[in-house]
Design a binder for this molecule. Structure first.
Ligand SMILES: [Zn+2]
Length: 82
């Protein structure tokens, strides 16, 4: 798997998570995820975060609560790992 495939995937990821990506893009992303554990973990984490935000009663979180949320999801570890 070429490294640039991951970056290409990231471009479409927000559409994918919002359910707005085309079938073609979804298939491409899912095919990549089957082969790329890094992206699979990342998508899983992001997806959970998106679902969590949608379930929250208030759209705005205090900054410290948001940071705790990111930390509990290991999202911060991913963001700083790159
Ligand atoms: Zn990848």
């Amino acid at each position: 798997m070429k490294p640039e495939t991951c970056e290409h995937l990231l471009d479409d990821l927000s559409d994918f998570l919002d359910g707005e990506a085309s079938e073609e893009v979804c298939a491409e992303i899912e095919r990549h995820l089957a082969d790329c554990e890094n992206c699979r973990v990342m998508v899983d984490t992001l997806h959970k975060t998106v679902l969590l935000y949608h379930e929250l009663p208030q759209p705005e979180l205090p900054e410290d609560a948001r940071q705790r949320l990111y930390q509990s999801l290991d999202l911060e570890a991913y963001l700083t790992a790159k």
